[in-house]
Write a protein that binds this ligand. Structure first.
Ligand SMILES: Cc1ncc(COP(=O)(O)O)c(C=O)c1O
Length: 483
């Protein structure tokens, strides 16, 4: 393919993606609305895309930028002079490393566990799965915040880490970090605050005079914090920070291996070769926006959040799950309104809002992560008409027999053929067997919603497995030169 062909094809491929600018994609991406900063960051990503953070002596530029980002973050999280940090590829990697480091700091514990509220991000369950650490889940109270007494009661001799969120993704509220950190400290256990989403907003919210539950290193007992640059620092994707109160806490996160004939592998993260692109992109963004810039962006996003929360509270048919404490809003729908249809109607109007399936006795909801670039008035106008359209469309019925089948199916017993049938029945495969998403997702979500979590996982893993297959022909043309 020629360079022109490739550019044209890339542009065509991107047309099917959600927009990353405009403030209307309210999950996955975060938009500062600052075109110049964005352009600068992309230049920085391109300039360092081939540099390798594997060896900081070979690429000292990357080390310098990483240390600078950690220093900037220290001012946000009340970090003591001893605070250190590591740049990772994203929130999940930061959370994984917090768990791995905690596990490896306690070689004396034979059956390590972590204590987490049920609202903790799924990344901690992934960490438990990867690192052979038991995840002890503590139910949250009616306010969706972790219950400190229940967390304290769940800590035992096997506990290597306790986690709190600032804020939790699903509900957007901050856990009572002081009480949880105190309970962990009383047992000599590490306490991680997952501020992946709030880390670059809550400090500015506090500076703007808003009430913010204490969650930083100013809280005694907090030993590590994750905060994502690629969320509310508005950096290009692939950048998060894992911060530790002191170097000794970080030490078990490091991996070195000299017992082979090659170079001594020395890593601070799960990755070994690490592109310099995200580091440079994050550094350029943070330095271009700066402290004052972030204060303004936080004010914009928080004011938009207030307006959106107030608008939802006033909108017949929808109710807030909780009063937002940062920039996340979740809302449930009345019985006569299908919340998944509201999401579809929003998509038809150019807004991506994320459906959240029911969990335990919690109703399904819609979820938005509001960016500085989000126009609250336009959002509420679209939401109002989406609710009307969804109400007019009526409920999305799930056949009682199908619902019963989904509730009772044992996912472990399902082979590929059964999973294929389920995918077809759920509308995730066309008549020709071709996989893809239907125009409207509400019928799929309605089916997933009646399925227990383990069945949802099995069906969606099967879906992903079948999507991620090489196509028989290359995307376009030939990869051989000149054809
Ligand atoms: C609280 C929290 N923790 C962890 C993560 C995982 O971050 P990532 O998607 O960057 O891996 C998220 C993502 O939304 C989050 O909100």
């Amino acid at each position: 393919m020629t360079p022109e062909d490739i550019r044209a094809r890339l542009a065509a491929l991107q047309e099917d993606d959600l927009p990353v600018h405009g403030g209307r994609t309210l999950a996955y991406v975060y938009d500062a609305g600052l075109a110049e900063v964005d352009a600068l960051a992309r230049e920085a990503v391109a300039a360092f895309a081939g540099s390798n953070g594997l060896d900081p002596t070979a690429f000292p530029s990357l080390l310098a930028m990483e240390n600078d980002l950690v220093a900037f973050a220290r001012s946000l999280v009340d970090g003591p002079a001893t605070m250190v940090g590591t740049l990772t590829s994203g929130g999940t990697e930061s959370c994984l490393l917090a768990v791995q480091g905690a596990r490896d700091s306690r070689p004396d514990v034979r059956d390590p566990s972590i204590v987490v509220p049920d609202t903790v991000h799924a990344a901690f369950h992934k960490a438990g799965h990867y690192f052979g650490v038991r995840v002890v889940v503590v139910p949250t109270g009616p306010d969706h915040r972790a219950d400190p007494a229940a967390v304290a009661a769940a800590i035992d001799d096997s506990t290597v880490l306790v986690v709190a969120s600032a804020p939790s993704y699903a509900d957007g509220v901050v856990d009572p970090v002081p009480e949880i950190a105190a309970a962990a400290a009383a047992r000599g256990v590490r306490c991680h605050v997952d501020a992946c989403i709030g880390g670059w907003v809550l400090p500015y919210a506090a500076r703007l005079g808003r009430p913010v539950t204490p969650w930083t290193f100013a809280v005694e007992g907090v030993t590590s914090i994750s905060t994502d640059l690629h969320k509310y620092a508005y950096a290009p994707k692939g950048a998060s920070l894992l911060l530790h109160r002191d170097p000794a806490l970080r030490r078990p996160q490091y991996f070195a291996h000299a017992g082979w004939p090659g170079y001594t592998m020395l890593n601070a993260t799960l990755q070994s070769t690490r592109s310099g692109g995200p580091t440079a992109g994050a550094w350029a963004t943070v330095r271009a926006i700066g402290d004052d810039g972030y204060l303004r962006l936080a004010e914009q996003a928080l004011c938009a959040t207030d307006a959106i929360a107030a608008g939802i509270a006033a909108l017949p048919g929808l109710s807030l799950v909780a009063t937002p404490e940062s920039t996340l809003v979740a809302a449930t729908a009345d019985a006569d309104l299908d919340v998944f249809t509201v999401c579809d109607e929003m998509a038809a109007r150019g807004w991506f809002v994320q459906p959240q399936l029911s969990y335990g006795d919690r109703a399904p909801s819609l979820h938005v992560a509001i960016s500085a670039a989000t126009d609250a008035t336009a959002f509420l106008a679209a939401l109002g008409s989406s609710v009307e359209a969804a109400r007019a469309a009526g409920p999305v019925p799930v056949d009682a027999g199908v619902a019963e089948l989904l509730r009772t199916l044992d996912p472990a017993s399902l082979g590929d053929a059964e999973l294929d049938l389920l995918l077809a029945a759920g509308g995730l495969a066309g008549d020709d067997g071709a996989l893809g998403l239907p125009e409207r997702m509400a019928p799929v979500n309605a089916l997933l919603d009646v399925a227990p979590p383990a069945l949802r996982e099995a069906v969606l893993v099967a879906f992903l497995d079948r999507l991620a297959r090489p196509v028989p022909e290359p995307v376009t043309g030939s990869f051989a030169s000149g054809t």
